[in-house]
Design a protein around this ligand. Structure first.
Ligand code: NAG
Length: 152
């Protein structure tokens, strides 16, 4: 008997909360989303550093086909940027931005990025194809210092 009353009370409390809060996203965190970064480079290491407003993920994808995937709940203003480093160069991408046309291009709750020799591609789930979104910024050529025989 006591349990029933308590349960009824909880239900009314829940209803009250729902009626007060205009949007349930205020109480419940947003929908689950995923970002995946795939190393599609031929025998090259890829260092990935992804960050949002409150999280950081660092990973080394040492071989072709190796990938990193993480999930998060997306609310207003959620973003994930990933900077990538390889012998080809470096680049920083906007891997996820809530309420952005990018999400529609991702085509679902997954944004899948492929790092290739000629740039970073986004996999468009709805079209089953890849579009190039970023070029690598090439590393500056290493200038070898020329040793001279300087005699005193
Ligand atoms: C994310 O990366 C983009 C592209 O490099 C940059 O313009 C933007 O400022 C970055 N956002 C944050 C929050 O660092």
């Amino acid at each position: 008997m006591k349990g029933t009353i308590l349960r009824q009370f909880s239900y009314s409390l829940l209803l009250l909360v729902f009626s007060i809060c205009p949007s349930t996203s205020d109480i419940f965190p947003g929908k689950k989303h995923f970002v995946r970064v795939v190393n599609d480079l031929e025998a090259k290491r890829l260092d990935v550093h992804c960050y949002s407003a409150d999280d950081v993920i660092d990973r080394t994808l040492s071989t072709k086909g190796e990938q990193l995937e993480f999930e998060f709940r997306s609310v207003v203003n959620t973003y994930w940027n990933c900077s990538m480093n390889s012998v080809v160069g470096h680049v920083e991408i906007e891997a996820y931005i809530s309420e952005d046309p990018l999400i529609d291009e991702c085509g679902g709750v997954h944004c899948i990025w492929n790092a290739r020799e000629d740039g970073i591609y986004l996999y468009r789930i709805k079209h089953s194809d890849y579009v190039k979104k970023y070029d690598w910024i090439p590393k500056p050529l290493r200038v070898r210092s020329i040793k001279r025989n300087v005699r005193p």
